[in-house]
Design a protein around this ligand. Sequence first.
Ligand SMILES: Nc1nc2c(ncn2[C@@H]2O[C@H](COP(=O)(O)OP(=O)(O)OP(=O)(O)O)[C@@H](O)[C@H]2O)c(=O)[nH]1
Length: 187
Amino acid sequence: MGKIVLVTGGARSGKSRFAERLAEGYSGTCGYLATAEAGDAEMAVRIARHQARRGAGWATIEEPLEVGRALSEHDGRYSVILMDCLTLWISNLLFRHPAGAAGVIPEVERLIAGFPRLTTPLIMVTNEVGMGIVPEHPLARSFRDLAGEANQLVAAAADQVYVTISGMPLKLKDSTTSEDILGPFSP
Ligand SMILES: Nc1nc2c(ncn2[C@@H]2O[C@H](COP(=O)(O)OP(=O)(O)OP(=O)(O)O)[C@@H](O)[C@H]2O)c(=O)[nH]1
């Protein structure tokens, strides 16, 4: 498997489960970097369900904003790190970065610039948020656009990219075997 793997898909498309399966292919403890926060009861239930599914072979790291720092701090401690998910991180940055929306893409670029320094393989989960109707609210449109742009940047930097649809994974890119069906593409 490649060092940087991106798994994208819609809500409840099976992307987290597929990414967990990829991570469990490595022997040893897997690190789980969660960007979500249990802000309400519904999210707390979702998180509890994920934690129960992961079981004993996993160690959880919770970091909603300083993802790059968390990755370098935990580098070398686990067989692989699964970050779930990029989209929530974008949303956290959009609301909490001092520069607001303008601060988001530079943070994504900073994260990508740190990839070569990582020694632990990284699997990132993200959402395809822009496939529905155009959101009415400007902030929602800004979030949708930033999430799409971030996905393109990370996918371009990743060694392998998968999409999950209806629980089925489809490989979109594989630079380790030159199976990249789209060919070189810069967003
Ligand atoms: N804080 C925290 N968040 C977690 C933990 N485990 C999972 N999560 C979060 O749970 C979120 C995913 O939950 P769901 O909303 O059920 O996923 P989904 O997108 O509907 O479903 P899939 O497509 O199947 O992944 C991710 O954003 C994770 O960050 C944890 O231990 N702590």
